[in-house]
Design a protein around this ligand. Structure first.
Ligand code: MV4
Length: 477
């Protein structure tokens, strides 16, 4: 099978760098895109070629006709969308195919089906996957009351076109139902251009666990175990671990096999993730499927030794999977901490600006997927992810110690980051013993306080440098 001649990396930041690295190892030249406000971004340097997409800081990355055009002009025969932007947009995938480019991702029909949360749930039910008790799309008030009676409170109203927790609304009792329905429809129309909403039973006290899938164009599909993504704040994941500290090998196999069965029903290929809620009795409920490479994929790579990006590109080019399910071995534990340009002590407020000093961690068992450097000015326009710090260890205890050691080594000055916050989380006994659900940060945030010991020193340096300039009569702005 012929490999791609050139891949258009239609993204930015750390994932663009990750895709470029995979292409390099496969011997495939790359071309990437950037906007004017992103002219100093590192993915531009790492790719073989970079083209400006205009106008505006963000709009260029979302201008799919322009991206396809530039891919063609650059001589690319495939597009990798990364995550975000066009990654789960089936219209974009179809436009790529129509233009004669390979979309490095799943079949358009599968993307379309999983993008519709009601159809997704239906298909998973057909495969025998447990889903949350819920309604079809609610058309009339009477129907809402009827389903509420069947499902029982508390419930969630979800948008058919939603996902990732966007546009969800809690309904605690009958009195709230019709008002919430109206509000949810209005919100769904505004956010997704489609006012269709449906009801689900609220599953409380559960972990967010997702199964990684990998399949080729010939119907071979394998699962690579799970990741626990419960440590999140307002649907932004912050820490992920693999494997889960609570899942048994039997449960893992059961969930993995069901996920594969569902994937086969839609002739799925490429990488993909099925999200579940798992309660304390290990009952699990399908939530939704992500039809893209995910931010947290490296921890699965660390415990399986499988390069998900290279596999994704190879199967897109028509190569058959060479890994059999029996050959997938989960070894040790891995954790990812998302290093964000945010101030955890100020509500995770964005903290863009110049990085005045930068020293990355390293050593045994550490992996860093980043896109920043000393002197780089973090622009305010994009998502705040600076780097993904991952640790691998033979045991969970080793991972905990190794991650703390790497966080301690990691120096980023000039902007606020989530690094000191993670050192605090790592000290928490409930976190260390796996006693956490998706509610962990909600409940614990007020108690997860820390001193930013660097802060007073930074102030001291600013003062010292001002004094130096003053004494030497150097003009400052
Ligand atoms: C739920 C739920 C409880 N019950 N659905 C949020 C992300 C999106 N994939 C669906 N989400 C949820 N759906 C029912 N019926 C709780 C969540 C949820 C959640 C899920 C995964 C990770 C973090 C979460 C945080 C809050 C709520």
């Amino acid at each position: 099978m012929a490999m791609f001649k050139k891949v258009m990396v239609a993204n930015r930041g750390e994932i663009a760098v990750r895709i470029i690295r995979a292409c390099k190892e496969l011997g495939i030249p790359t071309v990437t895109i950037f906007t004017e406000q992103d002219a100093n971004a590192i993915h531009i340097v790492k790719a073989d070629q970079a083209v400006l997409v205009s106008p505006g800081p963000l709009a260029g990355y979302l201008d799919f006709p322009q991206i396809i055009d530039k891919a063609k002009s650059a001589g690319a025969d495939a597009i990798h969308p990364g995550y975000g932007f066009g990654a789960e947009n089936w219209q974009f995938a179809k436009a790529c195919l129509d233009a004669g480019l390979t979309f490095i991702g799943p079949p358009v029909e599968a993307m379309r089906r999983m993008g519709d949360k009601v159809l997704a749930r239906q298909l998973l039910e057909e495969a025998g996957v447990p889903t949350v008790p819920g309604s079809p799309v609610i058309e009339a008030d009477d129907q809402a009351r009827e389903w509420a009676g069947r499902i029982g409170f508390p419930m969630l109203l979800k948008a058919k076109g939603g996902g990732g927790g966007r546009g969800m609304r809690l309904v605690k009792d009958e009195a709230e139902l019709l008002n919430s329905l109206k509000g949810a429809r209005r919100e769904a129309r505004r956010s997704f251009g489609d006012e269709a909403v449906y009801l689900e039973k609220l599953i409380e006290q559960s972990k967010h666990i997702e199964i990684q899938l990998l399949g080729d164009r010939y119907g071979h599909i394998i699962h690579l175990g799970e990741r626990d993504c419960s440590i999140q704040r307002r649907h932004q994941k912050l820490i992920e671990i693999a494997p889960s500290l609570v899942l048994t090998p039997e449960k893992r196999q059961e969930m993995g096999e069901l996920a594969k069965k569902a994937a086969r029903l839609m002739a799925y290929h490429s990488v993909g993730t099925m999200e579940f809620l798992v309660d304390k009795d290990l009952n699990y409920y399908f939530l939704e499927m992500n039809t893209r490479i995910q931010v947290e994929h490296p921890i699965t790579e660390l415990i399986t030794g499988i390069d998900l990006l290279k596999e994704q590109i190879k199967v897109a080019a028509g190569e058959p999977l060479t890994i059999k399910q029996e050959e997938v071995v989960l070894r040790g534990y891995a954790m990812e901490c998302r290093i964000n340009a945010e101030d955890p002590r100020n509500n995770f407020f964005p903290s863009p600006g110049r990085i005045t000093r930068y020293q990355s961690p390293g050593g045994i068992g550490i992996r860093l997927d980043g896109c920043v450097f000393g002197g780089y000015e973090v622009p305010p326009y994009f998502d705040p992810l600076l780097a993904k710090l991952c640790a691998w260890g033979n045991t969970w205890e080793e991972v905990l110690a190794r991650m703390d050691r790497a966080l301690e080594e990691y120096i980023i000055r000039g902007i606020k980051t989530t690094i000191p916050f993670y050192r605090r989380v790592l000290k928490d006994e409930d976190f260390r013993t796996g006693k956490f659900t998706t509610d962990f940060l909600n409940q614990k945030l007020p108690s997860l306080t820390y001193e930013d010991t660097r802060e007073s020193w930074d102030l001291f340096y600013v003062a010292a440098s001002a004094l130096f300039c003053e004494l030497n009569q150097i003009r400052t702005p």
